[in-house]
Design a protein around this ligand. Structure first.
Ligand SMILES: *[C@@H]1O[C@H](CO)[C@@H](O)[C@H](O)[C@H]1NC(C)=O
Ligand SMILES: *[C@@H]1O[C@H](CO)[C@@H](O)[C@H](O)[C@H]1NC(C)=O
Ligand SMILES: *[C@@H]1O[C@H](CO)[C@@H](O)[C@H](O)[C@H]1NC(C)=O
Ligand SMILES: *[C@@H]1O[C@H](CO)[C@@H](O)[C@H](O)[C@H]1NC(C)=O
Ligand SMILES: *[C@@H]1O[C@H](CO)[C@@H](O)[C@H](O)[C@H]1NC(C)=O
Length: 261
């Protein structure tokens, strides 16, 4: 197994300095565990902008840019138990080459922060774990992999073509949505919902299970984390219930917190 020289350096430094590090990047503090590459599955998590703001506590902090009209990337997450080596810095300049694509496909909907802070957070939490696989072995490669996968899974198009359209009135059975997605994604993916103030189950995320080599079909792992809680939300996110219908809500740019009210 080849490791990128950055991760090697970072992990060696962490070991030598007694597991506690801080660097000028600010994110390398606290206890550092040696990086291990023993995970087998990862999730490409896509989010639906129409329901994203329903769950956000601060009612003025969420904004969906008018240009965003499609499923966006939340992250690419190795499913693991241990902690990654989180001392693998990322700088804005690393992403220069794909910034236009990231801006389009991986935007943040929290106002007032440059998108880079979202990308950086995802890199620290998840990318540094993914990076032990050579094909994702640098910040640029990791983000490129996620973008490539997002483009491969053309969710918007397949839903549209199958008549699963955004609406506040019409809702869909779990099996109707799965019936559309399964030919594209296989059996192994999860639908996640949030409950809006009127009790609607609104589809918010799609987690596509992948192997490390970026192919579909990785089975569910025991160590799967719960819904990745957002620090700025109460996160009532949960698997979309099978006993109620699911709303695929339209994007309401004026009132994204209550798209249907
Ligand atoms: C989120 O939780 C806080 C405190 O627990 C509560 O005051 C607030 O009303 C909650 N917001 C929503 C949208 O449920
Ligand atoms: C809510 O978000 C707005 C805009 O980002 C910010 O100015 C304000 O301080 C936030 N309020 C709280 C309570 O965090
Ligand atoms: C992977 O490694 C971590 C840390 O060394 C360990 O806690 C965990 O149990 C391992 N997971 C698997 C699936 O082997
Ligand atoms: C990807 O990995 C899986 C699981 O290890 C394996 O079954 C599959 O053949 C691999 N596919 C490719 C294209 O390498
Ligand atoms: C669906 O099932 C859950 C528990 O499995 C229950 O809490 C909920 O009330 C049920 N909802 C409906 C609409 O039946």
């Amino acid at each position: 197994m080849r490791y990128d020289k950055h991760i090697l350096w970072a992990c060696v430094a962490a070991l030598v300095t007694g597991w506690v590090l801080t660097n000028d990047d600010g994110h390398c503090s606290g206890t550092v565990t040696r990086h291990s590459c023993n995970w087998t599955c990862m999730h490409l998590t896509l989010q639906w902008p129409g329901s994203f703001c329903i769950d956000i506590n601060n009612k003025t902090s969420c904004k969906i840019p008018q240009t965003v009209q499609y499923w966006t990337i939340h992250g690419l997450w190795p499913i693991r138990t241990g902690h990654c080596c989180d001392c693998w810095p990322i700088y804005h300049s690393h992403l220069e080459e794909i910034e236009p694509e990231l801006t389009k496909l991986w935007p943040s909907f929290i106002k007032g922060k440059h998108f880079f802070y979202f990308w950086k957070e995802e890199w620290i939490k998840h990318g540094t774990c993914a990076g032990c696989v050579e094909a994702m072995g640098s910040p640029l490669l990791y983000f490129q992999a996620a973008v490539k996968l997002r483009k491969l899974f053309d969710i918007d198009n397949i839903l549209e073509k199958s008549g699963i359209k955004t609406s506040c009135e019409v809702s869909y059975k779990h099996d109707d949505i799965r019936g559309v997605l399964t030919p594209l994604l296989g059996q192994n993916y999860d639908l996640q919902c949030v409950t809006d103030s009127e009790g609607r189950e609104a589809w918010i995320q799609l987690k596509i299970h992948l192997f490390r080599n970026q192919t579909l079909g990785c089975p569910k792992q025991e160590q799967e984390q719960k819904f990745d809680r957002l620090p700025w939300s109460n996160s009532t996110g949960h698997p979309c219930p099978k006993n109620s219908t699911i709303f695929y809500v339209p994007i309401n740019y004026e009132n994204p917190h209550e798209p249907c009210n």
